[in-house]
Write a protein that binds this ligand. Structure first.
Ligand SMILES: [Zn+2]
Ligand SMILES: [Zn+2]
Length: 139
C-alpha cells in the first residue's frame, strides 16, 4: 500500500495548501506551492483532487477569474469581491446575506437557492493605490 499512502499524502498536501491561504488559489498556484516538496506532482493530479474535494463538499469553486478557476476552503455561503485588475478574490464576511434576495429568486424563477452568494467586481485597495501612484507620476 506504499503507493496509496503516497497518493493520500499528496491529497492532504493539496487540501492543506488551499486551507492555508485565504487568497482563493487556482490549481496552478497550488501546483507551484507544492512542486518543490513534491517533485513528482503533476498539474493533472492537482486538478483531479480539486474535482474530488468539490464532489465531497470539502471545498468550493468561486468561479473563473482572469481565465483561471479559483477555489475556496470555506464552504459556508459568503460573498466575494473580485479585483478585475490583479485578480484578487477577497471574502466579504461582514456583508450580511440578504435573505430577501434569495427569496425573490425562488419566488420569481421557481428555483431553489442553495448558495445565496454575491460577487462584486471592481478595483481593490492595492490596485487603487497603484493607480494613484501612476497618475501622480504622469502629472
Ligand atoms: Zn487588485
Ligand atoms: Zn471565500
Amino acid at each position: 500500500m506504499e503507493r496509496a499512502t503516497r497518493y493520500s499524502k499528496k491529497r492532504e498536501a493539496i487540501l492543506s495548501a488551499i486551507r492555508s491561504s485565504d487568497a482563493h488559489p487556482s490549481a496552478e498556484w497550488i501546483y507551484r506551492q507544492l512542486k518543490p516538496d513534491h517533485p513528482d506532482l503533476s498539474l493533472g493530479t492537482v486538478y483531479r483532487n480539486l474535482v474530488l474535494f468539490q464532489q465531497q463538499g470539502t471545498i468550493q469553486s468561486v468561479g473563473v477569474v482572469n481565465g483561471q478557476e479559483r477555489f475556496d476552503a470555506c464552504t459556508q455561503p459568503h460573498s466575494h469581491f473580485v479585483c478585475t485588475h490583479c485578480g484578487a478574490v477577497i471574502d466579504l464576511y461582514q456583508i450580511p446575506m440578504d435573505a430577501g434576495l434569495a427569496g425573490a429568486v425562488e419566488e420569481i424563477y421557481g428555483f431553489q437557492v442553495e448558495r445565496p452568494e454575491l460577487t462584486f467586481y471592481g478595483t481593490c485597495k492595492t490596485c487603487m493605490h497603484q493607480k494613484k501612484i501612476e497618475e501622480d507620476q504622469v502629472l
